[in-house]
Design a protein around this ligand. Structure first.
Ligand code: ADP
Length: 296
C-alpha cells in the first residue's frame, strides 16, 4: 500500500501559497511530516483527508483517486484533526457508539464489541462513562484515535497530536500510535522533532509549502555526519557568531547560549564535534532554504 502525492499546489484567496508543487510517496508505517508553524502541514493534511481541494496535482492511495473519488478515500480514512472543536458533554462510550452508527456499523452487538475494543485499545475503558468534556488533553487525543479507528482505516492522519500533552501523556500516545502504525499508513504532522524521531520510519520536512527533504531520518542524519559543531558562548557574542558561522540553532543551557553550527572543521575556534540530531537536520534544512548560497 502506498500514498502517492504528485505536484500538489494550493494558493489561498489571500495570495498565500500554502502548497507549492508538493510530491511525496508515503509507504506503509508511520510517516512524519515535519515543518515549522505555517509550513503548510494542515493544508496538506486537510487536502489528503478530502476536506479541501488543491489547485493542481493528484493524490492516489493505491488505486483510489482521492481527489476524484472522495467517498472511496473517506471509507478507508481515519482523521484526527488539529482542533476537535467543542467536546460534548456526553460519555466517551456513547459518543463512540454514535460515531460508529454514522460510519455505518448498524448492527448493535457488533457495535458494542467494537466500541469496547476501541476503549480498551486506547486505554479509556475505565473512564468510558465520563463526559469527554472532563478529559485531560492526552485522554482527548486518545479518544480522537479511538474514533479515527472506527471502520478499520487503511490511512490515518493525525495533525499536531502531541501539542499540549505532558510527557507521560505524550509517551502513552506514542505507544498507541506505533501499535496502530504497523499495518497501515499513519501520517503524523508535527512541528515537534521528538515526535518524528521516536516514531517514524520515514519523514519529510516541509517549509513554505515546499518539500525540503523526504526520506529516512537516518539518511538525513548521515548527510550531516561530521558537519555539526557546538560551543557554549556568551549571550553578547551571539550576533557575531551568527555573522561568522552558519548557526543552525541556539538554546540556553544553564543560562548560556549553546550554539550548533554547520560546516567544516572549526575545532580550532573552540567548537566540539557532535553527533547530528534530528533537530540539527530540521534547523539546517529550513535554514538552507532561507539562505541558499551564503553558507554550507
Ligand atoms: P501549518 O499546519 O504547517 O502550520 P497551514 O497549512 O495551517 O500550516 O498554513 C500554511 C499557510 O497558509 C500559512 O501561511 C497560513 O497562514 C495560510 N493559511 C492556512 N489556511 C488558510 C486559509 N483558510 N486562508 C488563507 N490562508 C490560510
Amino acid at each position: 500500500m502506498e500514498l502517492q502525492i504528485k505536484n500538489l499546489s494550493k494558493t489561498y484567496p489571500n495570495g498565500v501559497k500554502a502548497l507549492d508543487n508538493v510530491s511525496l510517496t508515503i509507504p506503509q508505517g508511520m510517516f512524519g511530516l515535519l515543518g515549522p508553524n505555517g509550513a503548510g502541514k494542515s493544508t496538506l493534511m486537510r487536502t489528503i483527508a478530502t476536506l479541501q481541494d488543491p489547485d493542481a496535482g493528484s493524490i492516489h492511495l493505491d488505486a483510489i483517486d482521492a481527489l476524484h473519488d472522495k467517498m472511496a478515500l473517506r471509507r478507508v480514512l481515519g482523521y484526527l484533526p488539529q482542533e476537535f472543536g467543542v467536546y460534548p458533554r456526553v460519555s466517551a462510550e456513547d459518543l463512540l457508539d454514535h460515531m460508529a452508527v454514522v460510519k455505518g456499523v448498524v448492527h448493535r452487538g457488533e457495535r458494542r464489541e467494537l466500541v469496547q475494543a476501541l476503549l480498551e485499545q486506547t486505554n479509556l475503558y475505565s473512564v468510558r462513562k465520563r463526559s469527554i468534556s472532563t478529559f485531560s488533553g492526552g485522554m482527548k487525543q486518545r479518544f480522537g484515535i479511538a474514533q479515527a479507528l472506527i471502520g478499520q482505516p487503511l490511512l490515518i492522519i493525525v495533525d499536531e497530536p502531541t501539542a499540549g500533552l505532558d510527557p507521560t501523556e505524550r509517551n502513552r500516545f506514542y505507544n498507541l500510535l506505533s501499535e496502530i502504525g504497523e499495518n497501515i499508513i499513519v501520517i503524523l504532522s508535527t512541528h515537534i522533532v521528538d515526535d518524528v524521531r521516536e516514531l517514524c520510519r520515514n519523514m519529510a520536512i516541509i517549509d513554505q509549502g515546499r518539500v525540503l527533504f523526504a526520506g529516512q531520518p537516518q539518511a538525513a542524519l548521515n548527510e550531516l555526519k561530521g558537519r555539526v559543531w557546538e560551543k557554549t558562548i556568551e549571550k553578547a557574542e551571539l550576533a557575531a557568531y551568527q555573522q561568522q558561522y552558519q548557526v543552525i540553532s541556539s538554546k540556553l543551557l544553564a543560562g548560556q547560549p549553546l550554539i550548533h553550527v554547520l560546516g567544516p572543521d572549526v575545532a580550532s575556534a573552540g567548537f566540539r564535534a557532535v553527533e547530528p540530531s534530528l533537530e540539527d537536520v530540521f534547523f539546517s534544512t529550513i535554514q538552507r532554504k532561507a539562505a541558499p548560497a551564503a553558507h554550507v
